[in-house]
Design a protein around this ligand. Sequence first.
Ligand SMILES: [Zn+2]
Length: 138
Amino acid sequence: MLWRFPIARPWEIDLTCIATFIVDENSTLRIADRCSEHVACAGGRPVQSAGKMTFQVDKDQARVHAVTNQSTGYCPEPQSWPQVADAIRKAGLVAPAGFHVNFLLWKCTDCHALNVIKEGVFVCAMCDADLPADWNLA
Ligand SMILES: [Zn+2]
């Protein structure tokens, strides 16, 4: 008896892959396994931006599907998008229009808690202190 297994043909496979990324000092895009720490991905060096990047792999090419600035290690500013877009283009890929999700991370000057800003409310979730007007995680 001949068994037939459902084997997907290459053009039927829809692969999505999420990776940790950083943009290093030389505007080079570096990616690592999604579970990797951004600091390890950067080799402990300063970065221009960092986050998660989702790649869509179709047929024989990969494209950047979505990018976020989700990195609690580096807390990059949403304004770091142009550096990310440049690094993506430098890698020979097409950059999306911007970060898919902007994570606005702010540090409380009173209790030093890291806050994710939601709906433009600049109040510390831990101690209710007003957060500083200027981004303070450089
Ligand atoms: Zn606080």
